[in-house]
Design a protein around this ligand. Sequence first.
Ligand code: PEP
Length: 260
Amino acid sequence: MKRMLIAGNWKMNTVGQEALILAKGIIEKVKELDDEKLNENFGILICPPFINIPMVSETVKGTKIKLGAQNCSDKLQGAFTGEVSVPMIKHFGCSHIIIGHSERRQYYHENDYSINQKLKIILESGLNAIVCIGETLDERQSGKTYEVLSSQLKEGLKEIQPNFSKNIVIAYEPVWAIGTGVSAETRQVEEAHSAIRKELEDIFGHKAKEMLIQYGGSVNEKNALELLSLEDVNGALIGGASLKVESFISIIHSALKSVY
Ligand code: PEP
């Protein structure tokens, strides 16, 4: 059976109670799904802003919804004003942390070195990482897509032991498809995911087969089934459409259809 992780990246949205309302809305709808199908092969994850994690953490306790963070510090603890550490995130029951999102690379100048530092701390803390990679429009148009993906993977996953591969999810997110309403074409997704799987095999050997590779970039209720049915697509990282209960649940329905 194909494994799936459907993840909502709420970005810098939801103020106070809005986060609770959204989380509760998702929980209620997920309760209506076939419980048997939401097994260890099919995960649902929500990633609220840091400040709303403690509140949402209470709400998701005992449900089938996993909780994640959108970023973390590349330091374990200490005098790093404004940063949020992996142990702080773990304390509130988060299972996953997104790192290397293109918005962080673009607006906060994060690079593969700091992403690799974060990854090491996440894995050593016993959590799972969603490592985002993806090319810009310029890079795609100049034929550099696979060079970029390969370098982001090699640098981002540097010195990581293969036994940690099961705790790493790769999210392929072409930068030009994020938040634009225009997802990548199925052929482009298929090609990129297959190239990523090969690159992961070079890095982790046979363990790469078990790794989840999500697609992200304008996934919505209309295109989800087609994208999630593709080979080597093990779920989605969803921004805009994860902020509306109906849309997020509809994508989960498509994901279930593509698996069962
Ligand atoms: C994202 O935030 O990772 C993302 C893919 O956003 P959107 O779904 O809005 O394109």
